[in-house]
Design a protein around this ligand. Structure first.
Ligand SMILES: Cc1cc2nc3c(=O)[nH]c(=O)nc-3n(C[C@H](O)[C@H](O)[C@H](O)COP(=O)(O)OP(=O)(O)OC[C@H]3O[C@@H](n4cnc5c(N)ncnc54)[C@H](O)[C@@H]3O)c2cc1C
Length: 467
């Protein structure tokens, strides 16, 4: 068995005081900007509240990050103010941790070394929107971008299930994909981010426009290698989306049905499957059915596809429990991706989760893990495109039985051909493919040469410094 220490290679984080005099000097430099709308939050309750994200789904992170706290929270309202914060922190050598809405799950926006927490939600304009693409400021909420795009018959390609609260900057720096990934893959797939404008962390900060490949190293880098101030991204056509909740007698039957739907020429933006244990815990998935047994499929399909979809349901002996137009609030989207974990933990906080890309033929892994873990594991699957191929991702719920047991489940999943995106670790690399991306480290050298941005989260930078 793999020791827990190697699966979760970091110690608890203490309430770090970076350098109180340096932080006080930053606050003093920024104080005059309050007249122009910049806010400085120094009260302990504000600093504590904003130094957290949604890491508590992981008992490992919950125990190790609870004490971490910024010494100063800065809320700018203009890009010029962001530059002033970057300059002051660089001059006084104070760490900066970026924050959007703080919905990340890996402690991504938690300041490990104290210092300044820079929250971007005050910089939130949609600068331009057309049918093809949009440019929005980093603190803009995703739902607001969709509202602007709807006027042009367009919408965002990819959304996390937190689209009502999350910011576009936080999504690109910390997220990976979500609703839409069945058609468009993941944020890091070339083409899903067209470009970004960034601010460097230096005594005289520079502003750069990075287009195409030049922007890739900052995509999913947890804000360790540049401050993103605007993003330009392509759109998808806005359709009259219908949300469906469907029963399936088994996970296998649901997989067959979903696999058939996704291989046909139907506009689909979400397909997710839930086993009986999850249906029992997450009441909205029951759909008011008299018999709440069986598995569930959530499908979001274009209205014009409905006739074909209904025929496929009949063919697969599946029952349509609910069909309604997609809404912003109260949408079935808010039951998918990590919202499933949220709802299940609300019913029983003894559950945690994992994130996997299942092997191309998922059934053997599903069955083997199910047999091994029994009712300590509940399956939640999400249809995705990975490197152009139709695949299934999974966010299985796991009954928390300690770090060693979790490490063992991950080892089993790996042996069965699953790729693990470990949500119980804090670095970009360990939560991703496990390998250092040299381009991310080079970007940090170029845009954050003193290593002040989100310290402790880019393993490649830490290892480089120890060479
Ligand atoms: C219930 C739930 C469901 C979720 N579902 C999904 C999902 O479907 N798909 C998915 O990908 N994720 C999902 N997540 C994770 C999270 O919601 C997304 O990653 C979200 O997009 C983060 O946005 P945010 O504004 O909250 O970012 P934050 O959590 O504030 O920040 C995320 C990371 O980005 C960095 N950052 C923020 N702004 C900037 C900036 N301007 N410049 C540089 N770095 C920056 C932060 O330092 C941090 O490392 C979910 C989380 C929860 C709690």
């Amino acid at each position: 068995m793999k020791p827990a220490g190697s699966a979760f290679p970091f110690p608890p984080v203490g309430p770090r005081r970076h350098n109180p005099a340096a932080v006080a000097a930053v606050a003093q430099t920024l104080t005059p900007l309050q007249a122009d709308g910049l806010r400085l939050l120094m009260k302990s309750e504000d600093r504590r509240r904003l130094s957290r994200d949604a890491y508590e789904y992981s008992p490992v992170l919950a125990s190790r990050l609870a004490a971490a706290e910024a010494e100063l929270v800065v809320c700018p309202t203009t890009v010029e103010q962001v530059k002033a914060v970057a300059a002051a922190c660089a001059q006084h050598h104070v760490p900066i941790t970026m924050r959007g809405a703080g919905t990340g799950n890996y402690g991504q926006a938690v300041p490990l070394l104290g210092g300044v927490l820079l929250t971007m939600t005050g910089i939130r304009a949609v600068r331009s929107a057309t049918a093809d693409c949009f440019t929005a400021e980093a603190g803009c909420r995703l739902a607001d971008i969709d509202e602007a795009l709807a006027l042009h018959g367009a919408e965002q390609r990819l959304l996390p299930s937190t689209y009502r609260t999350a910011t576009i900057g936080g999504f690109v720096a910390g997220g990976s994909g979500g609703i839409g990934s069945v058609a468009w893959g993941f944020l890091r797939d070339p083409g899903n981010v067209l470009g970004m404008e960034i601010v460097t962390v230096e005594p005289q900060p520079r502003q750069h426009q990075l287009m195409g490949d030049a922007a890739a190293p900052l995509n999913h880098a947890y804000g360790t290698n540049g401050i993103i101030v605007t993003l330009t991204m392509p759109t998808a056509p806005l359709r009259s989306w219908q949300e469906l909740l469907v029963t399936a007698t088994s996970l296998e039957q649901g997989l067959h049905l979903a696999d058939q739907l996704r291989t046909e020429a139907l506009p689909i933006k979400e397909l997710s499957l839930y086993d009986q244990q999850i249906v029992a815990m997450v009441r909205p998935l029951q759909g008011g059915a008299a018999d709440s047994g069986g598995c569930r499929l959530i499908a979001i399909v274009a209205a014009e596809a409905m006739e074909i979809v209904k025929r496929r349901l009949t063919h697969h002996n599946a029952q349509l429990l609910l069909k309604r137009p997609q809404t912003v609030a109260g949408s079935l989207r808010e039951l998918t991706w990590n919202h499933t974990t949220l709802h299940a933990r609300a019913a029983d906080p003894a559950w945690t989760y994992l994130q996997l890309l299942l092997p191309p033929e998922p059934a053997p892994a599903l069955q083997a893990m199910g047999c091994q873990q029994g009712d300590g594991l509940a399956w939640h699957l999400e249809a995705v495109r990975s490197q152009g191929e139709a695949r299934w991702a999974a966010l299985p719920l796991l009954r928390w039985q300690g770090a060693d047991a979790l490490a063992e489940v991950m080892e089993t999943a790996q042996a069965l051909g699953c790729t693990i995106f470990n949500p119980h670790v804090i670095t970009v690399e360990d939560g991703g493919m496990g390998v250092v991306d040299g381009n991310q480290v080079q970007a940090k050298q170029a845009y954050d040469p003193s290593g002040l941005l989100n310290p402790g989260k880019l393993r490649g930078w830490l290892e480089r410094r120890h060479l």
